[in-house]
Design a protein around this ligand. Structure first.
Ligand code: GLN
Length: 443
């Protein structure tokens, strides 16, 4: 598959042919269910877009029944930036409903298959974006990452996925899930393309009050820079043999590139899970209150208003989304607020402090993305089991840090990805390290 960098150099006529070819291939691989819909009309290099990002005139549904028929009336800031840079939104990719999940199994449109092994999940919630890039039916894609939804599907499908620092990329036009955690980021075939997409979408946006008024200097990665890279032995002991082997391989590759490896320790990830799921569900419960049948999408037919609210939300939301609205409402309710929500915020603070301390000693941290390779459909028997599988990704969102997942190894034909985590607003160093690791792994 042609890379983003190459595609950006194609003359107009060849771009049109490329788009047709992509659409044809996407049709041939329809059973993957990576795209919800395609749109070949836009002018420019085609980019796949997760179905929770507003594209003017598109139906945008967050893969939920409740948004069926909702047409986006404006472009998200990232979409406006893509269009300004000669790129064109090409199709809506499948996802877990409202980005809640780690497997893309909760979509109203049905599950997406992992192109490396169709009996396994592509990861989630940006599973459609990851599967499309991995299957060669997208040159590159945008995803969103609230607790790992870019990095984990990237790792499961063998592509690169990057989550920027919180506040670095505008959330204007991204359907809110956990507002203090969500970030849009690139999902690409290689690090260079991730840098390119990142440079296009990053920067302060006055339309988003959570966008950081920090200057964005476009990144040019330097793979020759020597860095101190932290490794986390207390994280690795719980990972599968496949992940442990990839971790060892990455450490050797980084040493061979001349980086200094430093052992560090991070707090037991069980605190990350508790703090994240309380925070994310609390924010989700308030963010999703706007879907009431009046303003957007689906409306149940009933006689009176109160019943209409009830029926719309009962019929419109899927099971996982309802579970989270209920739990989120519970942790915010008076009497439980201090015991759960407030405590989760205190834990979040400690998690951030701990990363800050680690970054006094190291420039980057090397961490697993998931405890194992992509799992089989139905393998997670309870919601809690699924939540626990996010142990390695959610701390990054709680602390607001940038991180990038890249393919490092394979086990029985299944990709194993690892992530590098950087200091807030230091995407330059993150990409320096990632381009060095990629070079070492690919050589
Ligand atoms: N799996 C996590 C969750 O379900 C993360 C999802 C995401 O990053 N959007 O909340």
């Amino acid at each position: 598959m042609i890379t983003l960098k190459e595609a950006l150099e194609l003359p107009k006529e060849e771009l049109a042919a490329l788009k047709q070819d992509l659409a044809k291939k996407a049709q041939e691989q329809k059973e993957l269910n990576a795209y919800i819909a395609l749109d070949e009309a836009g002018e420019g290099v085609p980019i796949a877009i997760k179905d929770n990002i507003q594209v003017d005139g598109w139906e945008v549904t967050c893969a939920s029944k409740i948004l069926q028929g909702y047409i986006a009336p404006y472009d998200a800031t990232v979409i406006a930036k893509l269009k300004g840079a000669g790129l064109a939104p090409f199709g809506r990719t499948n996802m877990d409903e409202f980005a809640m999940g780690s497997s893309t199994e909760t979509s109203y449109y049905g599950k997406t298959l992992n192109p490396k092994d169709p009996s396994r999940v592509p990861g989630g919630s940006s599973g459609g974006s990851a599967a499309a890039v991995a299957a060669g039916i997208a040159i590159a894609a945008l995803g969103s990452d609230t607790g790992g939804s870019i990095r984990q599907p990237a790792a499961f499908c063998g592509i690169v996925g990057m989550k920027p620092t919180y506040g670095r990329v505008s959330r204007y036009g991204l359907a809110a899930y956990g507002s203090s955690l969500d970030q849009i980021g690139p999902m690409t075939q290689n690090v260079e393309d991730a840098v390119h997409l990142y440079n296009i979408i990053a920067g302060h946006d006055p339309k988003d009050s959570t966008s950081a008024p920090v200057e964005h200097t476009p990144v040019t990665p330097n793979p020759d820079r020597k860095l101190r890279i932290g490794i986390v032995p207390n994280y690795i002991k719980d990972a599968s043999p496949a992940v442990q082997k990839a971790y060892d391989k990455a450490i050797e590759a980084l040493k061979a590139e001349g980086h200094e490896i430093v052992e560090i320790a991070l707090m037991d990830a069980k605190y990350d899970i508790a703090s994240y799921y309380i925070t994310a569900m609390a924010e989700a419960s308030t963010n999703l209150s706007r879907y009431d049948g009046v303003r957007y999408g689906y409306r149940a037919e009933t006689g009176n208003l109160k019943e209409m609210y009830l029926k719309t939300r009962s019929e419109g939301f899927g099971e996982e989304v309802k579970r989270r609205i209920l739990l989120g409402t519970f942790v915010l309710s008076s009497g439980y607020y201090d015991a759960y929500y407030l405590k989760a915020q205190k834990a979040r603070h400690l998690i951030k402090d701990e990363y800050d301390k680690a970054f006094e000693k190291v420039d980057l941290i090397l961490s697993p993305v998931a405890p194992d390779v992509a799992f089989e459909f139905g393998a997670m028997k309870t919601p809690l089991q699924m939540y626990l599988s996010d142990a390695y990704t959610i701390g990054v969102n709680l602390a607001g840090l940038p991180a990038i997942s890249l393919p490092v190894d394979e086990m029985d034909g299944l990709p194993v990805g690892l992530q590098l985590i950087g200091r807030a607003f230091d995407e330059q160093t993150l990409f320096d390290g990632a381009s060095s690791l990629e070079r070492a792994i690919r050589s």
